[in-house]
Ligand binder design. Structure first.
Ligand SMILES: [Zn+2]
Ligand SMILES: [Zn+2]
Length: 216
């Protein structure tokens, strides 16, 4: 007796063409954009289904937007690997999946030892129709009162605990990396003078002033 041929089938997984990488619902993927000069699209796979003959696999995805794809565009505090989880869903051919990727929480991203090509982070949800973000307010730091961009080195004042961009306190990045102690302008014991620099390398090696990346 011939089996009835279903028009579509829900699949548990899909193996990316030309690789042994398996994509499952919930995984994040990079998808080839129609314009090949553009960076790949980032998406989260919601479900996978096959057409009747097992070929023609389609994925239902929820798009992540890159800052430049959002209505407000890229802002200074957006990280190079920042993406926004949008409310925009689509059905795409699984053929356009180029590879897998990881969209980390902001906290987890700032703790990564190394950021690979496949690593992204998301701290905002994005409403594609209105261009609005959830949350619509986030903590700001430094004199410039900007949200934290995890690509930028920041140094913490030992007194008030606020974080500063070296450039905003008149310091070079190399200088900031060598600092052992930092007091911001308002907390500086020398009243506005730069904090003491590091001494000899044989001293206590534990760095008091750490990049914000390793905070928390
Ligand atoms: Zn600043
Ligand atoms: Zn301070």
């Amino acid at each position: 007796m011939a089996k009835p041929r279903p028009t579509k089938r829900i699949l548990d997984s899909y193996t990316i063409k030309g690789s042994n990488k398996v994509v499952k619902p919930g995984d994040c993927v990079l998808m080839r954009p129609p314009d090949s000069s553009k960076p790949p699209y980032v998406a989260r796979v919601e479900s996978i289904e096959a057409g009747g003959r097992g070929s023609n696999v389609k994925v239902r995805v929820r798009w992540y937007y890159r800052p430049e794809e959002s209505i407000g565009g890229r802002r200074q505090f957006h990280g190079a690997k920042e993406v926004f989880l949008s409310d925009h869903y689509d059905i795409q051919s699984a053929d356009t999946i180029e590879g897998k990727c990881f969209v980390h929480s902001f906290k987890k991203y700032t703790k990564l030892d190394a950021v690979g090509n496949e690593d992204f982070f998301c701290r905002f949800e994005y409403k594609s129709a209105t261009g609005s973000f959830v949350p619509d307010r986030i903590a700001v730091f430094c004199k410039c009162e900007m949200p934290y961009n995890p690509d930028d080195l920041m140094i913490q004042c030992e007194e008030c605990s606020d974080w500063y961009h070296p450039s905003c306190v008149g310091m070079k990045i190399e200088e900031a990396k060598k600092l052992e102690h930092f007091f911001c302008e308002s907390c500086s014991p020398e009243n506005g003078k730069k904090s003491e620099k590091s001494h000899s390398a044989t001293r206590q090696t534990e760095q008091k002033v750490d990049s914000k990346r390793r905070r928390r």
